[in-house]
Design a protein around this ligand. Sequence first.
Ligand SMILES: [Zn+2]
Length: 214
Amino acid sequence: MSHLPEHLLVGYRNFMKGRYAAESERYVSLAREGQAPETMLIACCDSRSAPETIFDSGPGELFVLRNVGNLIPPFEPDQEFHSTSAALEFAVDVLKVKNIVIMGHGRCGGIRAALAQGGKPLKPGDFIGKWMSLIHTAAAAVASTSVMTATERETALERISVRYSLNNLRTFPQIKAREEAGELTLYGAWFDISAGELWAMNRETGDFERPSLD
Ligand SMILES: [Zn+2]
């Protein structure tokens, strides 16, 4: 009887023979000295948008937070359970990351669900609907636009939601303060799964552009 899915055990064997064997010293020193990643990356849970894979990152390089739709809620210190805000707090207050990147992605199921319901939760107790209702206003506006195709609407909302989440990041007092002090920079990105294209948000205009890779 296997206590883990077989494909995970196969992958782990490959990891030990490959990456761990090649970088074992780095793993040992990270274990001894602790992590000090400079960049926090916020991405969707979608299995096709794994940041460590897309950015070819080694151990200790990226502090990754993944949630449905790569959303940041506004700062709400209300004693409720806020896993995303807890991760942000740790990254900013403890690790003192220098960069936070929010990366949306193409064909996002969470964004599609938000558009389908015009941003409203399906029913009380519906976790995804409630979560995605964070972008209710934008979803309702985009959903009502008839000049775009369904795919164009999804891409638009995927990118608008990145700008929305960046604005919400700035509602966290410590993030706002560190950004204003020049100790923290906020970035937006969007990854197209099928073409492998990465787009970066222009930090002045908010438009998404292909970065120069020279
Ligand atoms: Zn997604």
